[in-house]
Design a protein around this ligand. Structure first.
Ligand code: UT7
Length: 341
């Protein structure tokens, strides 16, 4: 935990960024590793030992990223004691939007039954939630009265090639949300700082190219492999550990925090071995590292807010805890955030 007397080593441009409410949603349908054994050449043993995944939630027929995001958002609003029409901004992270146009954020606005707010999607793959948090801080810096829904949602099952065992076993569908405001924190968690990074030169290691302007489809084309998630797993693994550790070290240094001050680590849930490696670099015992990859698999942008909401509700995070969030994803993109509960 931080010593409350010690000032932070940075000067915030406004006083407080408060997380007023948390929410999450995962679809009802569960697909286990044993179910996948019947669909593709894989085994529960391989998936469990290489990733830690045992099952994943998968959207129902017709269920979309915005449907899940709306449910997570409604939970976050209720948790914050707010009505939807109090929101001023909707910032939504996803790489599996409902459509190219309209944005999924606009769809969520529509489904919440509200109008007028600024709505936009953030494209940063698995780092989308942390990019969303930083975007929210930016809006709050220029408009301190903002009340911002930051939501991340993924319907990845639509973008999985069920003939590609190197990817189709890894991902799941879910959403997670927070409400961020300025003003008196009133005992609610404080978002202390966020740090982000990216390296576009490594973009080809993790892609969903098909249908984009660089891999366009013409009417009548057959959907090819490029329509789905494609990943060079081993390379991605190395960069994930290196960058999550690197940016987290920079962030805590900037905030004047030491590794021993961190009470809970919530890393992006892409692979148990990555989570373990990051935890070890921070000298954190297993009981300080939140893991739910076994139940949800990799839910990309939704992974961090889903885990954050669950960790808070189950008591894994306790009042007064200093929580480090860190993510890595396609782009490549990465980031970390510190939250004082
Ligand atoms: O969220 C965004 C960021 N994503 C990540 O950070 C994911 C990073 N990467 C990883 O998590 C891991 O690299 C994977 C889980 C994707 C793969 O684990 P790995 O230990 O790196 O395995 P590998 O790709 O080196 O494959 C090892 C073997 C291969 O067989 P050979 O060539 O050794 O005969 C694969 O064909 O495992 C085989 N394999 C499978 N076998 C059974 C790959 N996928 C499967 C599968 N079932 N589903």
């Amino acid at each position: 935990m931080l010593d409350p007397i010690e000032p932070f080593a940075y000067t915030p441009f406004m006083n407080e960024f408060t997380i007023r409410g948390f929410g999450r949603y995962a679809p009802e349908r569960i697909v286990t590793n044993f179910d996948l054994e019947k669909m593709v050449d894989t085994s529960d043993e391989w998936i469990t030992s290489r990733t830690g995944i045992k099952q994943r939630h998968v959207v129902a027929e017709g269920e979309t990223a915005s449907d899940m995001a709306t449910k997570a958002a409604m939970q976050a609003l209720a948790d914050a004691g707010m009505e939807a029409d109090e929101l001023t901004h909707i910032v939504l992270g996803t790489f599996t939007p409902d459509a190219m146009i309209p944005s999924t954020a606009c769809r969520v606005q529509q489904k919440l039954g509200i109008k007028g707010q600024m709505c936009m999607d953030v494209g940063a793959a698995c780092s989308g939630f942390l990019y969303g948090l930083e975007t929210a801080r930016g809006y709050l810096a220029v408009k301190p009265d903002s009340k911002i829904l930051v939501v991340a949602t993924e319907a990845i099952s639509h973008r999985l090639n069920m003939e590609d065992r190197t990817t189709c076993v890894l991902f799941g569908d879910a959403a997670g949300a927070v409400i961020i405001t300025g003003g008196d924190p009133d005992g609610k968690p404080q978002l202390l700082d966020v740090m982000l990074g990216a390296d576009g030169s490594l973009g080809d290691l993790l892609t969903v190219n098909g249908g984009g302007a660089a891999a366009p489809y013409k009417k009548g084309d057959i959907v090819g492999d490029e329509y789905f998630v494609q990943m060079q797993g081993r390379e991605t693994f190395k960069h994930a550990v290196r960058n999550m550790v690197g940016i987290s070290e920079k962030l805590i240094k900037k905030c004047g925090v030491e590794k021993k001050d961190i009470d809970v680590l919530i890393p992006h849930q892409a692979n148990w071995r990555i989570i373990d490696a990051v935890g070890r670099k921070f000298d954190l015992p297993a009981e300080k590292v939140f893991v739910n990859i076994d139940r949800y698999a990799n839910t990309s942008a939704a992974s961090i807010p889903l885990a954050l909401s669950e960790a808070r509700d189950t008591g894994f995070i306790k009042p007064g805890n200093l929580v480090l969030l860190t993510a890595f994803g396609g782009g490549f993109t990465w980031g970390s955030a510190l939250v004082q509960f």
